[in-house]
Ligand binder design. Structure first.
Ligand code: ADP
Length: 569
């Protein structure tokens, strides 16, 4: 120590990382301990942060990502080096793809050995590995830079289009010792981490005049709209404009699915027929058939509200881009509608939508009313829908192929940011990570509606759910396989077909191993009883729901993406 005025008190990298996170009101870390970050997790807990330990880093990462989506604060995932980092990287990439703010913090091996490839314990050039999958990637090499490094990571995760940030912490950084006062002064509190971005007035005017001339307008709400937490303004925009709307799956509940203006039950019709479509935080990616082709039918013009200018014209020409944060953009459009003499849409348009909705809802009601034995997706989901209707505050996690497709349209949502699913990639494996993240973040119950195949990716996290006594009820739609359980090995050999699982598996026994409550249900009545009881208990529970093993189509509704089923009906 050369400066005689420095205090004798010292701090180190471990303490500064925890201090920097707490200084920015981050109170929870999702992770999995090991060299070199075990003491970091211990210290975080000792300093009053919540550390939620997982059995696999991917699920810790997914929990962090969904926490970020729910709160607009980056969710933190902490992992060990190389393999632990790579496991977490899947979740980081998924967060970036879905525009969820998270920070993956990984310990790493010594730089000088990694860079010369001399074979260190868990050696890997993690920073460069992370770069293609993260919105931003940083490494901190000096303890006095921890404050600024964490601040940079937070701002990168939440400003503009949110995404996943990688933060590399070499083992020797954590052990570095510096003067405590110097350390305290190096901390940075991020001011206005996600600044509002006000749309340009001429862009708003362009959008308003296009909307004014529309004969068959449609609003499409995406999960960007849900993320933005501009719920009241979005609702006012929809209701005061009188324009029918469609929610993308994670935007369900932004307005209650039972809302009179929801066109969900006439989705194909409105997409094909609309002439002007207002996209609010939704991308024209594969989930929206790239904005073209048969799905979109008649020629149309798009107004697109998004925070990311390069999203515009990514698939089709956008007639009226409105760039800014959703709250500011929607408010500007709303002001224009209020003052600009915009009439309500032509009753011929809204009337024809209502007619189709009625027809489709009647058809669906008839399907849902059937009581086949064994249960099928519809009869099981009918029970779940009716129970969840009484608890609009419950978080719903949903993944699978058929289980995802059917639940998305059958389970109504009533409140914003309560539905978490396979998202932009349409992936399997988010189930238990999202469920844990949602339960920890909201303190409210979670019902995870899972295909048996999808559940398998994160099933071991049942132990995590039980360890933290989280109010998560997992429902397994058990039809003995991927898509269904009836495929056969054409050779007649001993191995089962690639899509087939153990028949009549008892997933309910898995949770019992960790002290949770298991249910085995075979009828809609048993489902109603089990789910009602599990939610009321507020304890970890798993319902093994036996579904007809012939129910379920190959690739669910994605047959057009599967080379073997494309073109077949
Ligand atoms: P969905 O899958 O529901 O259609 P996407 O994830 O495709 O939704 O689209 C979300 C869009 O929302 C992204 O293009 C993203 O840039 C945008 N977005 C996210 N947050 C905001 C915000 N606060 N303001 C404006 N746009 C946002």
């Amino acid at each position: 120590m050369t400066n005689s005025t420095q205090s004798a008190e010292q701090t180190d990298g471990f303490h500064l990382v925890v201090d920097a996170l707490k200084h920015n009101d981050i109170d929870t870390i999702f992770g999995l301990v090991g060299i070199p970050i075990t003491d970091l997790a211990r210290l975080a807990q000792a300093e009053g942060m919540r550390f939620i330990g997982f059995r696999h880093e991917q699920h810790a990462g997914n929990a962090a990502a969904i926490a970020g989506y729910m709160t607009q604060k980056p969710g933190i995932c902490l992992t060990v080096s190389a393999p632990g980092f790579l496991n977490g990287l899947t979740a980081l990439a998924n967060a970036t793809t879905n525009c969820f703010p998270m920070i993956l913090i990984s310990g790493s091996s010594e730089r000088e050995i990694v860079d010369l490839q001399q074979g260190d314990y868990e050696e890997m050039d993690q920073l460069n590995a992370a770069k293609p999958y993260a919105k931003a990637s940083y490494r901190i090499n000096k303890a006095e830079d921890i404050g600024i490094g964490v601040a940079r990571a937070i701002r990168a995760a939440v400003s503009g289009r949110p995404g996943g940030v990688y933060l590399d912490l070499p083992a020797q950084l954590l052990a570095q010792v510096i003067d405590a006062e110097h350390g305290r002064r190096s901390l940075v509190k991020v001011v206005d981490p996600a600044p509002r971005q006000i749309p340009a007035p001429d862009a708003v005017q362009r959008a308003l005049s296009l909307l004014k001339g529309a004969k068959k307008p449609l609003i499409l709400l995406g999960k960007g709209a849900a993320y933005a937490q501009a719920d009241a303004d979005i609702r006012a925009f929809v209701e005061e404009s009188g324009i029918p709307y469609l929610p993308m799956s994670m935007a369900k509940g932004l307005l209650p699915d039972t809302h009179a203006q929801s066109a969900s039950a006439a989705r194909s019709y409105v997409l094909a027929e609309a002439d002007v479509v207002v996209l609010v935080g939704a991308r024209l990616n594969w989930l929206l058939a790239h904005g073209k082709g048969k799905t979109w039918g008649a020629p149309k013009q798009f107004i697109q509200i998004d925070i990311s200018p390069t999203e515009i014209d990514s698939n089709v020409a956008i007639a009226a881009p409105v760039i800014g944060d959703i709250g500011s953009c929607v408010t500007a459009l709303l002001d224009g509608i209020r003052s600009g003499g915009h009439g309500k849409p032509d009753p011929a348009w809204t009337g024809s939508i209502a007619e189709r909705k009625d027809k489709n809802l009647t058809k669906m009601a008839a399907m849902l009313a059937q009581n086949p034995s064994p249960m099928n997706f519809h009869s099981a989901l009918r029970s779940i829908r009716d129970v969840l209707k009484t608890r609009p505050d419950i978080n719903v996690v949903n993944e699978g192929a058929n289980t995802l497709d059917f639940a998305r349209s059958i389970i109504d949502m009533y409140e914003p940011r309560k539905r978490f699913d396979s998202g932009t990639w349409g992936i399997m494996g988010i189930g238990m990570g999202f469920a844990i993240g949602a339960a920890v973040t909201s303190g409210k119950p979670v019902v995870a509606i899972e295909g048996d195949s999808a559940f398998g990716f994160s099933g071991m996290e049942l132990e995590t759910i039980c360890r933290y006594e989280l109010p998560v009820t997992t429902i397994i739609f058990n039809n003995n396989g991927v898509y269904r359980g009836t495929d056969v090995n054409p050779t007649g050999g001993k191995d089962v077909a690639p899509t087939v699982f153990v028949k009549n598996a008892r997933y309910d026994k898995m949770i019992e191993a960790f002290g949770g409550i298991g249910y085995h249900v075979t009828t809609p009545e048993e489902m109603t009883r089990a789910l009602t009881e599990a939610i009321a208990a507020g304890k970890p529970a798993l319902i093994n729901a036996v579904i007809d093993e012939t129910a379920g189509t190959e690739s669910g509704r994605l047959t057009n993406l599967n080379p073997s089923t494309a073109g077949k009906k």
